[in-house]
Design a protein. Structure first.
Length: 220
């Protein structure tokens, strides 16, 4: 947790160089992607969320931290792609946040885990209305569509997203994630086919057991 708190302070300062140095030290010392995503970046942003909820920081501070964290994810993934020897396969996964949801860092980390396991990925980011999500999915036909939300009242979007995306002709697997999945029960919004993940550890475990997947060096 000490590293996460240190990183949180650097993110709030918008200090890209020092924040990347911290992450790169972890990478070079042998920490895998799962550890960096789950135990450092996620915990740093969770701490920042707590500071915002308790009025210790402003929304401008939180936005600066988010943009700096986004930079770190892009930088880290670039380095992983240069070093990676994992063979790609033809399985495809699409990632998006439900309508009005602006918090996207968690699902971006999930998309990078999928990519490191050899999946073809498309990350559509925050706030993608259902009609556009369906159009993009119909054009690309991914085996998996991952949805994220972090604000409780955005759960009202889950039922139509899940129902209409699961009914697409190619029958994609719908995966739901987000920080609230660890705190509340949302299965009533889905079907028997819908998968809910409470953490990136669960995402990684699922990936390790998928057919045609190629084990990579992201950890267990």
């Amino acid at each position: 947790m000490e590293k996460a708190i240190e990183l949180a302070q650097l993110l709030l300062q918008g200090n890209q160089d020092a924040a990347w140095h911290l992450i790169d030290e972890e990478r070079v010392s042998g920490s895998d992607s799962l550890h960096i995503y789950e135990n450092i970046l996620t915990k740093a942003m969770t701490h920042i969320g707590y500071l915002w909820e308790t009025n210790k920081i402003t929304v401008a501070d939180e936005h600066l931290a988010t943009s700096t964290c986004d930079f770190l994810l892009a930088q880290y993934f670039w380095h992983k792609k240069r070093e990676d020897r994992t063979s790609n396969h033809n399985r495809k996964a699409m990632f998006l946040c439900v309508e009005d949801e602006q918090h996207y860092l968690g699902i971006k980390m999930a998309s990078q885990l999928f990519a490191e396991h050899g999946w073809q990925t498309r990350f559509h980011g925050p706030n993608l209305p259902l009609d556009y999500a369906k159009k993009a999915a119909n054009e690309w036909k991914p085996e998996v569509i991952c949805l994220s939300f972090s604000i409780l009242y955005h759960a009202e979007h889950l039922s139509p997203y899940i129902k209409e995306l699961e009914e697409l002709p190619f029958r994609p697997q719908i995966i739901i994630g987000g920080r609230l999945v660890t705190r509340y029960e949302f299965r009533r919004y889905g079907s028997d086919r819908t998968v809910f993940f409470r953490s990136l550890n669960e995402v990684n475990d699922w990936l390790e057991h998928q057919p045609n997947g190629v084990r990579s060096n992201v950890g267990t």
